[in-house]
Design a protein around this ligand. Sequence first.
Ligand code: MD6
Ligand code: FE
Length: 216
Amino acid sequence: MPDLFEKSCDSLPAREDMAPGAVLLRGRALVVEDGILAALGSVLAAAPFRHMTTPGGFVMSVAMTNCGEVGWVTDRSGYRYAVADPESGKAWPAMPESLRRLANEAAAEAGYAGFAPDSCLINRYLPEARLSLHQDRDERDFSQPIVSVSLGLPATFQFGGLKRADPVIKYRLQHGDIAVWGGPSRLYHHGVLTLKQGEHPKLGRQRINLTFRAAL
Ligand code: MD6
Ligand code: FE
């Protein structure tokens, strides 16, 4: 019989270093889960998910939207941050304070005090959606980290290195997990493998990822 103090075999550490400057805070968003989901709902009502086109002409399988002063967009003319939602022509919805605070606190816990995001890219994966290996390099100041919150269905996240061909480490990101990275790994390649079918009790058949950036 296992004694009371034995760790269950499937328990994962609450904090794990992924790479120099990159930290995974498992379950960190769960304390504010309800507030985050409500805030997300109001953002999505004002700026619904849409499938954007890459500069090469491919429609992304991941649907996206944004909140904050600027939002990340892609179309045939390239990747950039834009002050207006190209679908509505209006400003992106403001970043809810509950989201801003969560990102700021998670960054501080990972060693990046004073993180002040001005943009939050919201990604939605339905089963079969994936995000190929890429670098986040459209922001102006690479001294600022990125904070990434995972919600809904679990996904396999690949985290590589500065070169696209560098070996990758796989992490299972689950509802409530927050990854923070910056410093030496700020420009590391990363991606998300094809989402598997599943049903999440709160979010249903989808994974939503929020990535907070200091873009300007
Ligand atoms: C995702 N995330 O987890 C995709 N980028 O759905 C990203 O591409 C990402 O999680 C930069 C920093 C954190 C991320
Ligand atoms: Fe990214």
